[in-house]
Design a protein around this ligand. Sequence first.
Ligand code: ADP
Ligand code: MG
Length: 360
Amino acid sequence: MFEKKENKPKGKSLNLTSLSELGEFGLIDRLTKTVNLYHPETRKGIGDDAAVIDAGGQMILLSTDLLIEGVHFDLTYTPLKHLGYKAAVVNISDIAAMNGIPKQITVSIGVSSRFSAQALDELYAGINLACKKYKVDLVGGDTSSSVKGLIISISIIGMGKQEEIIYRNGAKPGDLLCVTGDLGSAYMGLLILEGEKKVFQVNPDMQPELTGFDYQIGRQLKPEARTDIRNLLQGIGIKPTSMIDISDGLASEILHICKQSGVGCKLFEEKIPIEEQTRELAIEYKIIPSVTALSGGEDYELLFTIQQSDYEKIKDVEGITIIGHITQPSDGTFMITPDGKSVQITAQGWDGMKNKTETL
Ligand code: ADP
Ligand code: MG
């Protein structure tokens, strides 16, 4: 038996590593570095938007996401129907990022007694709506009580032919860096919602001032997955060399592609597509507009690289923007500002700008 005294943690002398020191990706690396793969069918394990499993010709794609109240969503301004829709969409987006077709999801929830059955009906109405829109079957899940708040975990299965699957690690020097849609609006939507919440907390009689910002708020509360890009690119005869979805912000996703492909990049700040009102709002909020795209996240657009020889095929495609190119690894990962300065691309840590690390 140990004496109580000896059992006591000795603070600094234990030399414990804090999670904020490691960051999300440092922690994942640390936890998974001893993972072994035992099955030859497991073509890709940890490290991409989805795992890839060879099912005898067809590839099965598998991904999972966890959403926790107070960390990933705030129910004071998130309708449960929207939350259900978004929870499904973020998983569907990971399958789109592998160039696969989403097929089935499972939904697991942990709920505290604060929630009524009607509230959870709303959550499922949103999930069902996403299933209908993206033709995905809800095939199972798990239900548990939680001590506090709502927890939602969705797993997804997608499929694709072996030669169609696109990984994060295929980018080569000279490739063009492309994005779909526009970026940063989901983050501005979040700032508007958070701002109105603060006003409401100070004066509960105030009505939220949300009109006029439908685009930004819509991008935050009800994002869509770019499952259309697979057909669009196939139609013009382009197969990206690498691809990832933009969940954490453009900077973080570019660095994932560069690190996993063993390459550098040159990103041109003025090429980053940002919707006009979002640009104006950012300036009003005293944020450099490109930062909403680089660090904001949750746009669920796709970032991909293509061979330079495909330039003619893509240059006039509406809704796709070439924002830079891939370089030799020794050239580093840089953004060129409009006045020609080179700035090292850095990713915000754990949930970066949302400053929610204290909830871990
Ligand atoms: P995404 O942004 O596409 O959802 P993540 O950044 O969450 O991907 O995860 C990166 C990779 O690490 C993925 O392959 C994911 O499956 C894996 N991963 C994340 N957390 C864990 C964990 N706790 N244990 C094992 N693998 C994990
Ligand atoms: Mg992803």
